[in-house]
Ligand binder design. Sequence first.
Ligand SMILES: Nc1ncnc2c1ncn2[C@@H]1O[C@H](COP(=O)(O)OP(=O)(O)O)[C@@H](O)[C@H]1O
Ligand SMILES: [Mg+2]
Length: 233
Amino acid sequence: MVLRQFQALDVYVTDTAYSLELCRDKLRCLQYLMRKNVPFPTTGSAYSRVGYDKIIKTVGGAPLIIKLNEGTEGIGVFLAEDEKAAKNFLQTFKQFDVRIMLQEFIKESSGRDIRAVVLGGKIIGSFERVSQDGDFRANVALGGLTKIIDLTDEEKSVILHATEAMKLNMAGVDLVRSKNGPLILEVNSAQDFAGSHLIEGLYNIDFASMLINFAIEGKKKFDKGEAVWLQNT
Ligand SMILES: Nc1ncnc2c1ncn2[C@@H]1O[C@H](COP(=O)(O)OP(=O)(O)O)[C@@H](O)[C@H]1O
Ligand SMILES: [Mg+2]
């Protein structure tokens, strides 16, 4: 609401309210990635009981991942071990009117994923997160440990395409290494200073200052009427 108000007053913003809203909904985010041919695990959604069997089959059967469209920090991401469990999740969330999606479980990357931090079309850093307690989720909020990881050229390209698809200047992109190459899980917008301490600690950089300088430079360009990279409506 605050960002939209700034935009309505023609005040420069580093990322638009529109892009932030897109990222808040994981399914919507993936639909945007699809338009740009960014690879992600096979994902689907079913509105009612009639479609449950079909959607389970589409994502490759159980075990499969179920996600709340609007969860964060690993909360709302579940692993359904068999089809019966998957249907139980589907029916329960339907009853409470919670929107969810089904996703192919990338077994080979269970308990680990990669977070890449992007600013202004450049990858500032990337780290692997590894779960310490056997959880299939690698989130730091759930105890995942971090370690700097070097990205392949293919991974870098996929990450930058994903941020571009969301028209984001600042993003935290989550991906997994699957047997068929990198797959994007989600694009996180509005990385806060609290979250950026990870990248600061691992790379020994002052990321907060980088963000502030990026905003200052962006505003200068905006004031001069120059195109601001990835500025959306
Ligand atoms: N399709 C998947 N296959 C394997 N692991 C997954 C899959 N989707 C999510 N995960 C694991 O669960 C974690 C949380 O999922 P994610 O989509 O990033 O949501 P959140 O917003 O909660 O971080 C990921 O970091 C990853 O470790
Ligand atoms: Mg995540």
